[in-house]
Design a protein around this ligand. Structure first.
Ligand SMILES: Cc1ncc(C[n+]2csc(CCOP(=O)(O)OP(=O)(O)O)c2C)c(N)n1
Ligand SMILES: [Mg+2]
Length: 274
């Protein structure tokens, strides 16, 4: 299991989960489920993979990350705070008037945020544009993007997928947070995206399927990404929405609401901070 293999990263991931729940509790609103499902993916990207840190914020050669599923802003904010882009105390002002941490990421407000997102379907197109721009500028940096499975019902996602393959954007790596839940039910029941692997392969992507909570599998998916010389890479990451808190796991009712005081207490205990 990844926890034994990467104890330091597992520790960071646990802290990120705690901070996601704390900031949403303080705000009284936000999206905990889809934030918790991608904790390992972002922890690996920001702490092991990407050439990106506060001192590189304006470095043209930095790797870029775009959170296409912008409602998972609490996850991105918790990660950026842990990386030192801004003080951890800022997190407790999520969604408050005059806070730089609004409900969805704003590129001009928050250090470390590369793109303003939240209108689902758009972030992948931005990532494609960034990857094309980097190539034109002859900058050898990678672009990473996180999309949701419900988000993948958007037509614009498929347009961007086509463009990336046609442009042979081998420096673009997309993670699909496949938790099989969207805002109001199961993706498989509302508008199924299966057979997603076949579809993405038919769109001429390098497709890898992993357990999105397993650091070892995330690591090997990224190895394949770096070896690929022609195609863009997409990692179908099977995840559990609400991962880490028993009563939130795979529970659609925690898509977009804060925990009650009682739930919050139980959740923190489960995560070892009670
Ligand atoms: C264009 C657009 N339509 C609707 C919404 C409202 N909305 C926010 S999250 C969400 C569900 C997203 O599901 P998914 O992509 O599976 O995200 P996750 O399960 O990772 O939270 C919806 C419909 C939105 N943000 N943008
Ligand atoms: Mg989902």
């Amino acid at each position: 299991m990844s926890i034994q293999e990467y104890p330091e990263l597992a520790k960071i991931a646990r802290k990120i989960r705690i901070n996601i729940l704390k900031m949403i509790f303080q705000a009284g609103s936000g999206h905990p489920g889809g934030s918790l499902s991608a904790v390992e993916i972002l922890t690996w990207l920001f702490f092991r993979e990407m050439n990106f840190s506060p001192e590189k914020i304006n470095d043209q050669r930095r790797d870029r990350f775009i959170l296409s599923k912008g409602h998972a802003a609490p996850l991105l904010y918790a990660i950026l705070a842990a990386k030192g882009f801004f003080p951890e105390d800022d997190l407790w002002r999520l969604r408050k008037i005059d806070s730089h941490l609004q409900g969805h990421p704003h590129r001009l407000d928050t250090p470390g945020v590369e793109a303003s997102t939240g209108s689902l379907g758009q972030g992948l197109s931005m990532a494609v544009g960034v990857a094309i721009g980097l190539r034109i500028s002859r900058i050898n940096a990678s672009t990473y993007c996180l999309i949701g499975d419900g988000e993948s019902q958007e037509g614009q996602i498929w347009e961007a997928l086509l463009t990336a393959a046609a442009q042979r954007l081998n420096k673009l790596c997309v993670f699909l947070d496949y938790n099989n839940l969207q805002i109001d039910g199961r993706v498989s029941e509302i508008k199924d995206i299966q057979p997603i692997k076949d579809k993405l392969q038919a769109f001429r992507w390098n497709v890898i399927e992993i357990d999105g909570h397993n650091f070892t599998q995330i690591e090997s998916a990224l190895k394949s990404f770096h070896q690929e010389k022609e195609r863009p890479t997409i990692v179908i990451a099977h995840t559990i929405k609400g991962k880490g808190v028993s009563f939130m796991e795979d529970n659609v009712s925690f898509h977009g609401k804060a925990l009650t005081a009682e739930e919050f207490e139980v959740a923190l205990k489960e995560l070892g901070n009670g």
